[in-house]
Design a protein. Sequence first.
Length: 131
Amino acid sequence: MPSASTITKLACSIVGTLALYASSGLALPPESPIEPRAEAALQGILQAPVSSIPAANRIEGWARVDDTRVVLEVSPKTRYLLTLRQGCIGLGFARNVSVTMSNNTIYAGFDAITADGEQCEIRTINPLTAP
C-alpha cells in the first residue's frame, strides 16, 4: 500500500492560479482525477470533521475522488476532503467549477461546489493529515 505522502501527492498534485469571479465564489483550476489506489488510502489520512475552512480564498488545487467527494488543497500542506450532500454528476466533466464561501471561509452545510451551474452542497469537511 502506498504511503500517506504518496497518496497525498497523487490526490492533490494539481496546482494552478485562480481567478476570483465574485465575492461569493472562487473559480477552481482544472482538476486531475485521483487514481483508484490513492482513493482507497484516503481513509488512512482522514481527520475528524470540522465546520469550516478558514482563509479559503487561496485555493491552490482540487481533485475529484468521485461524484460525492472532492479534495481541496488550500496550501501545500493543508488539504480537506469535502463530502457533498448528494452526487454531483457534472463534476466529472464540468468546464467551469467554483466553490462558494462567505468572508473567505467555506462552511459545511452552507456552501457548495458549483459544476457548470449545478450546485452541490458541502455536507462535511474533513482535514487530511499532512505528509
